[in-house]
Design a protein around this ligand. Structure first.
Ligand code: ADP
Ligand code: RBF
Ligand code: MG
Length: 145
């Protein structure tokens, strides 16, 4: 169902809700990248690999949709890379290989529950991405082009 999907684009300012303060910064893509998603691709949480400015390739989790918890009116594509960066990378080129679907976006009763769900996503992504069918994408030519 439209996977793997490869996307690249400039990292833009997101909603400024302080995802970073929650321990989960998400690098946001501009609208044109969101519009280039396959039409049949469901909104929800995905996992895969990502790189910044053609640097090292790391595991990532991504949320696509309208963030029901915040009731956004624009569709967003936010990537949390499972790596610690020394500095922000706004304006740099983010490349992502979306490889698998984890779950639908949900609403939550509290921010704590949202954070708990994201931590669960990260745990699952870490495990799945070690499987041979997925880990092979870490060295995919897309990240070297
Ligand atoms: P915004 O609302 O502008 O998207 P966030 O609080 O979501 O702000 O933080 C996102 C920014 O944090 C990214 O654009 C990037 O520059 C930086 N950042 C630092 N580490 C990471 C990471 N591991 N994954 C994603 N973004 C990161
Ligand atoms: N937002 C939602 O409203 N519902 C979700 O189920 C949801 N899942 C997410 C899963 C991941 C892995 C990530 C990185 C984000 C998710 N978000 C979700 C988006 C979240 O609301 C957004 O990153 C906020 O900025 C966090 O404060
Ligand atoms: Mg963000």
């Amino acid at each position: 169902m439209g996977l793997p999907h490869f996307a690249k684009g400039e990292v833009i300012k997101g909603f400024g809700r302080g995802s970073k303060e929650l321990g989960c910064p998400t690098a946001n893509f501009p609208m044109d990248v969101v519009h280039n998603l396959p039409a049949d691709l469901d909104t929800g949480v995905y996992f895969g690999f990502a790189s910044v400015d053609r640097g090292e390739v790391h595991k990532m989790v991504m949320s696509i949709g309208w963030n029901p918890f915040y009731k956004n009116d624009v569709k967003s594509m936010e990537t949390h890379i499972l790596n610690t960066y020394d500095e922000d990378f706004y304006g740099k080129e983010l490349r992502v290989a979306m490889l698998g679907f984890l779950r639908q976006e949900r609403n939550f009763k509290s921010l704590d529950e949202l954070i708990g769900a994201i931590q669960g996503d990260i745990r699952q992504a870490r495990e799945k991405l070690d499987e041979p069918d997925f880990i092979k994408y870490k060295t995919h030519p897309f990240f070297k082009e």
